[in-house]
Design a protein around this ligand. Structure first.
Ligand code: GDP
Length: 452
């Protein structure tokens, strides 16, 4: 996300770092480059102007001239101002003291509302909530069915127009979305769901009817949060769309979707500033787990290639089973061998964190390695997993059993070649050796290498 912008800004700062004292001309040259990078990334003109104005003023002040390292100080200022544009403090969902908490989703068709409904439901369930999804998008014939599908994946029930027929409607949906939304909230209250997520209809463009329907649903359900979902890839239109929705439905927060795309995405960065509404979440893919709380400070760090180690750690904590990790650590410390079966478990945990590319991208300084990251072949991980899965339990415990004919069988079973199998076994043996050494040295074992 924001790769191009990130690269441009990092390059600008690199040029700056070669200088000791900064003259006004140096600062102006830097500001110019920042301005160009932001504009090229589709950040709204008004936002760029305000941003560069603030950075320039601070950069010319004693804050920088008196600093030990002026260039670093400029980067710090840019970072702080960027955090400001993105909304400053992290803002989390507001829950009602008088449940159910009602969350209404609004936005253009294709923005990612239905997908977000599933992502939110899953994330809320993980936090112990009991969300109900309400299908108030009766515009698209398929919308109710689609919500049913994501709801099922999220493990949350759906309230749909024809009760008892959840998600089964395809082309015969008729009904009043306002009534459905209202009934959905009543249903949640009766069934003691503590959160209701209302999916509403979107159009391809902004139109009056759509806005009226959205504001009618809002008035009928009195939501605690109205989340405006915006596709980060829509470019300059983002600002106009956001303003139209701000006037039309007066949302309480923003969700940026499709941040995984390689689009310039800068327009989405303007939305918080232009509407004065905070960004609550970021959607980063089609899977329900591709979803993050939006932290303005961490996003600024990512854009400036300072890394987002905190999000990385949080995702790791979510994915890794502490008990399993302890068993593994004990096993290695006690001198027992780390087996291919253990390797498979670790790999599955690693996989559940999301794609390797996404994780690598969160490490500081990775901008320079972008090409390597982009070329990282996720399928390599698939291959390794397929190979280990094609082994028998006995083979995973004791790879020495794997003779020539077994190798051929494993290659066939995993759709790979015996060379692939040989390479994996060799790499595994090396990793095992390393872990034995570490165990002897008393250090904590890390992940055995599996990259090529
Ligand atoms: P809605 O019309 O607003 O309900 O939008 P949908 O939830 O149906 O999403 C439209 C399309 O965008 C679907 O194909 C989704 O799979 C896809 N989509 C939604 N969110 C994301 C995201 O964060 N990243 C990517 N790459 N695709 C997304």
């Amino acid at each position: 996300m924001f790769n191009t912008l990130s690269d441009r800004l990092t390059q600008t700062f690199k040029n700056l770092r070669t200088k000791g004292r900064l003259s006004e001309a140096d600062i102006d040259a830097t500001i110019r480059e920042i301005r160009r990078a932001l504009l090229d990334a589709d950040v709204a003109v008004s936002v760029v102007r305000e941003f560069t104005g603030a950075v320039r003023e601070r950069a010319l002040s004693s804050e920088v001239s008196g600093a030990l390292n002026p260039a670093q100080q400029v980067v710090k200022i840019v970072n702080e101002e960027l955090v400001g544009i993105l909304g400053g403090e992290t803002r989390t969902l507001r829950f009602s003291k008088n449940p159910p908490t009602v969350i209404m989703l609004a936005g253009l068709q294709g923005a990612g509302k239905t997908t977000l409904a599933g992502k939110l439901a899953l994330s809320l369930r993980e936090q112990g909530h009991t969300p109900l999804l309400v299908a108030a998008d009766l515009q698209r014939p398929n919308a109710v069915t689609q919500l049913g599908v994501v709801a099922e994946r999220a493990g949350a029930p759906v309230f749909a127009p024809h009760p008892g027929n959840q998600g089964a409607e395809t082309d015969t949906v008729i009904g009043d979305p306002v009534a459905v939304a209202r009934d959905g909230v009543a249903h949640a209250r009766a069934k003691q769901h503590d959160v209701v997520i209302i999916d509403t209809a979107g159009r391809l463009g902004i139109d009056e009817l759509l806005m009226r329907q959205a504001s009618d649903i809002r008035d009928a359900t009195n939501p605690d949060e109205v989340l405006f979902v915006i596709d980060a890839m829509i470019g300059q239109d983002a600002v106009a769309t956001a303003k139209a929705f701000e006037e039309g439905v007066d949302f309480t927060g923003v969700v940026l979707s499709k941040l995984d795309g390689d689009a310039r995405g800068g327009a989405a960065l303007s939305v918080a500033k232009v509407t004065g509404r905070p960004i609550l979440f970021a959607s980063t893919g089609e899977k329900l787990t591709d979803f993050e709380v939006f932290h303005p400070d961490r996003m600024a760090s990512r854009i400036l290639d300072m890394g987002d180690v905190l999000t990385l750690i949080e995702q790791a904590e979510k994915a890794f089973d502490a008990e399993q990790a302890q068993i593994m650590a004990d096993k290695v410390a006690s001198g027992k061998d780390f087996t291919l079966a253990d390797f498979l478990v670790q790999m599955q945990q690693l996989r559940s964190m999301g794609s390797m590319k996404k994780m690598l991208g969160m490490l500081p300084g990775m901008g320079q390695m972008r090409e390597a990251i982009d070329n990282f072949d996720e399928r390599e991980v698939d291959r390794v997993e397929a190979i280990v899965r094609s082994m028998t339990p006995a083979e995973r415990e004791n790879p020495k059993l794997i003779n020539g004919s077994r190798r051929a069988r494993i290659a066939k079973g995993s759709g790979t070649t015996t060379t692939d199998v040989n390479q994996l076994l060799e790499r595994f043996e090396n990793a095992q050796k390393m872990m034995r050494q570490m165990a002897r040295g008393g250090g904590m074992p890390g992940m055995p290498g599996m990259g090529g």
